[in-house]
Design a protein around this ligand. Structure first.
Ligand SMILES: NC(=O)c1ccc[n+]([C@@H]2O[C@H](COP(=O)([O-])OP(=O)(O)OC[C@H]3O[C@@H](n4cnc5c(N)ncnc54)[C@H](OP(=O)(O)O)[C@@H]3O)[C@@H](O)[C@H]2O)c1
Length: 276
């Protein structure tokens, strides 16, 4: 099958590159800038891909507040073009499409209501993926980390070398998700995309955590002495507002794709072992 992965060099795409069949093509920003929609259309029109996996995204949540056009070009417009140019699209989205006010885990039937530009651009991308291709599969995930790229785990490990104490937000709750686990399920779908129903699926690690819990577990597993102080979101202002409770309900993907999902502590341990 002729297949292409966007997002080369990113956390998720790097895991995909290690797991998928060797004949897939990979494109990063150095090959094709997704803000240039005519280049994208031209490239895809001349390559007839049966499957596209979109692991690229404008992921700078705070910067997106001042770069709205760019966020929408990459996270929405480009996704719509990808969807038009392949038989099957697997596209990745985010828990930040929700406002966090439900008070429980979000299912695929819950109404999105993004609080920030990043979330709004990702929601627009989901819609275009599904409208422009009847076979699109959209997987929403949360708090991705990996031994590759930049993420919270790597930031904590760096701060663990530099500081003795840290204040970490304790009232934002979701599930930290290892990009290697998500890549595994994407590979399963990619091997037989025709066997899976189009639509939205939620995938995150089992369990839930705050950023404070997540940091505490990172330092515990690495035996790094760190005095951690829980703080509230309101005491740590950021340009983009974030949902307070954006836990995703995994039931649909577990059932429809017959998979087991590890809990976040188990996956974090696996990732840290691979980093050492
Ligand atoms: N990271 C999270 O916590 C998180 C949470 C929920 C959902 N997600 C979603 O999961 C997916 C994978 O995320 P990730 O963490 O693997 O992202 P990532 O590490 O930030 O990788 C995204 C990739 O997209 C590329 N990209 C950005 N702008 C581009 C452009 N204009 N043209 C071409 N490529 C461009 C980036 O290149 P540069 O590095 O050169 O910019 C990077 O290689 C994304 O859809 C993301 O929205 C992520």
């Amino acid at each position: 099958m002729r297949a292409l992965v966007f997002g080369k060099g990113g956390q998720l795409a790097t895991h995909l590159q290690k797991k998928l069949a060797p004949d897939y093509d990979y494109l990063g920003i150095e090959n094709l800038d997704l803000t240039k929609s005519s280049d994208l259309s031209k490239y895809l029109s001349s390559h007839n891909y049966e499957l596209i996996i979109n692991a690229s995204a404008y992921t700078a949540v705070d910067k997106a507040e001042e770069e709205k056009d760019k966020a929408f070009q990459v996270n929405a417009e480009a996704v719509g073009i990808m969807a038009m140019h392949c038989k099957h699209l697997i596209h990745i989205s985010t828990d930040y499409v929700f406002d966090g006010n439900k008070g429980g885990a979000y299912t695929e039937n819950d109404r999105p209501n993004p609080l920030n530009i990043y979330g709004a651009s990702k929601l627009a991308g989901e819609k275009l993926a599904l409208e422009n291709n009847a076979n699109s599969i959209v997987i929403r995930t949360s708090w991705l980390y990996s031994e590759y790229g930049n993420n919270f785990v790597k930031t904590m490990l760096r701060l663990g070398q530099e500081k003795d104490s840290l204040a970490i937000v304790s009232d934002q709750i979701a599930a930290p998700t290892y990009a290697g686990d998500l890549a595994q399920i994407i590979c399963k779908i990619a091997s037989e995309p025709q066997n899976y129903k189009s639509g939205i699926y939620h995938y995150c690690s089992d369990g839930k955590a705050s950023w404070y819990d997540f940091a505490k577990e990172i330092f515990r597993l690495r035996n790094i002495p760190m005095e951690l102080r829980p703080i509230l979101t309101k005491d740590y202002p950021t340009p983009a507002q974030r949902p307070l409770y954006s836990l995703l309900d995994n039931s649909k993907i577990k059932h429809d794709m017959d998979i087991k999902i590890p809990n976040w502590q188990e996956s974090l341990k696996k990732c840290l072992e691979r980093m050492s």
